[in-house]
Design a protein around this ligand. Structure first.
Ligand SMILES: Cc1cc2nc3c(=O)[nH]c(=O)nc-3n(C[C@H](O)[C@H](O)[C@H](O)COP(=O)(O)OP(=O)(O)OC[C@H]3O[C@@H](n4cnc5c(N)ncnc54)[C@H](O)[C@@H]3O)c2cc1C
Length: 406
């Protein structure tokens, strides 16, 4: 089994970790890691934080230095697109029309930003943020006193807003929903985050339906349904991502809001596995299919699936976890996105460090910490157990969270 040739399509975070994990798990056969970008596998969180702020470097985002891959016997090929998979012949076709035979494929093609579906949504002064080049292009424009209009108040939009303010830009955020972080946070936490931004001088307009972005030749005017026109030098759009599933589709494997894989990363084709943002996977802890766009999932799912490909039999089963840094706030969430019917606060927003448990029918289904990272470890355990917990005990800071994990 370990002498097989494994082709990894997509040399991003998941692809890089998968290649490392295959070697670490004892895979002796060939590993070919193919990536469209010109950079070796790297982490994307700094792209809206340190790298965009100008306090980090491109090299610091790399998982490993370029030379490491050859030393580990991994054939890393950059600037190479995988165009098609022929599952019957077990061959992949590359951008230069050459072909590679495989014994197994790991798809780690990630996701791409959703394009704002209005006139001017892809104009020359409209920026999206997914890769290093996007980040460097945007950073160049975030000079002091630049005017930036951000479309979308999700994590990416708000991180761009916070970093742009740090660089001295004037920032207006336009969000369709009545609150920021509408997809992921309860209104009370969203209000806390909006207030944080406003205290730092970000103008936030919720309920703003962007209908078009006009390019004036020297800047943009973002038009909204209420007839407003927000003038800015540039616009940045963060309205979510769509999984890169086209390659998987070319192999005829099942797609369902992502490449559908089980808890072992197996697709509907026995020789094709997948991990990371491109997938929708079965999570045995949450007992449902989920698609995540998060560092932890990219890294740990890729490692778990690589071990399976190397002969292991452990499923990937973790409580989903995500963090964001905006100004002086570190916010972390544990648990899959989903419904809740009660929030239990451990601490007060006024203290600027607190934890919130999201309960559904008496069971903790998610938890959010704000500047309270110490609670997160046990909050994850409590969410992972999924057992009913006394809300009064959860709210009582004199009760240790570790005691509620037992
Ligand atoms: C700006 C930004 C900030 C983020 N901040 C956070 C954060 O604070 N916390 C957090 O938890 N998560 C964060 N994330 C999310 C996290 O970075 C992603 O979940 C993670 O990068 C997903 O890894 P992946 O390998 O699945 O996809 P990617 O890292 O996107 O890698 C996919 C790679 O595959 C390549 N590719 C695609 N198709 C092909 C093909 N056909 N042939 C060859 N190559 C191909 C792509 O070019 C890309 O390089 C952030 C993401 C972004 C963009």
């Amino acid at each position: 089994m370990s002498e097989r040739h494994i082709v990894i399509a997509g040399a991003g975070h998941a692809g890089g970790r998968a290649a490392e994990a295959l070697r670490a798990a004892g895979h002796k056969g060939k590993i070919t890691l193919l990536g469209k970008e010109r950079h070796p596998p790297y982490e994307r969180p700094p792209l809206s934080k340190e790298l965009l702020a100008g306090t980090g470097t491109v090299e610091k985002t790399y998982l490993r230095p370029l030379a490491w891959y050859a030393e580990a016997g991994i054939d890393l090929r950059l600037g190479v697109e995988v165009r098609e998979i022929d599952p019957r012949a077990q061959r992949v076709r590359l951008g230069d029309a050459s072909e590679l035979p495989y014994d197994a494929v790991m798809l780690t093609t990630g996701a791409r930003p959703r394009i704002l579906p209005v006139a001017g949504g892809e104009g020359p002064r409209v920026f999206y943020l997914r890769d290093i080049e996007d980040c460097l292009g945007l950073r160049e424009r975030l000079v002091p006193d630049a005017r930036l209009a951000v479309v979308g108040a999700g994590f990416i939009g708000l991180e761009i807003a916070a970093t742009a303010r740090k660089r001295g830009a004037a920032v207006t955020v336009l969000e369709l929903a009545p609150q920021v972080l509408a997809r992921v946070a309860p209104p009370q936490i969203a209000a806390y985050v909006a207030d944080l931004h406003q205290r730092h001088g970000v103008e936030i307009r919720t309920g703003a339906i962007v209908t078009g972005i006009e390019d004036t030749g020297s800047g943009v005017v973002v038009r909204t349904a209420s007839g407003e026109g927000i003038a800015a030098d540039i616009a940045a759009v963060g309205i979510g991502v769509q999984p890169n599933v086209e390659l998987a589709a070319s192999a005829g494997i099942t797609i369902d809001d992502g490449i559908k894989v089980d808890e072992f990363g197996r697709s509907s084709d026995a020789a094709i596995y997948a991990a990371g943002d491109a997938t929708r996977h079965f999570n045995p802890l949450c007992k449902r299919w989920i698609r995540l766009e998060a560092w932890q999932n990219a890294q740990n799912q890729a490692i778990a699936v690589a071990k399976v490909m190397a002969g292991g039999s452990e499923p990937f089963a973790e409580v989903p976890w995500f963090w964001t840094d905006q100004f002086d706030m570190n916010l972390q969430t544990a648990g899959p996105p989903g419904p809740w019917d009660k929030l239990v606060w451990r601490g007060e927003p006024a203290e600027r460090a607190f934890t919130v448990f999201h309960l559904f029918e008496g069971r903790p289904v998610a938890a959010t910490t704000v500047n309270n990272v110490r609670d997160m470890r046990f909050a994850r355990m409590i969410v992972g157990r999924g057992q009913p917990v006394d809300p009064a005990a959860l709210a009582d800071k004199s009760v240790k969270l570790q005691d509620l994990c037992r």
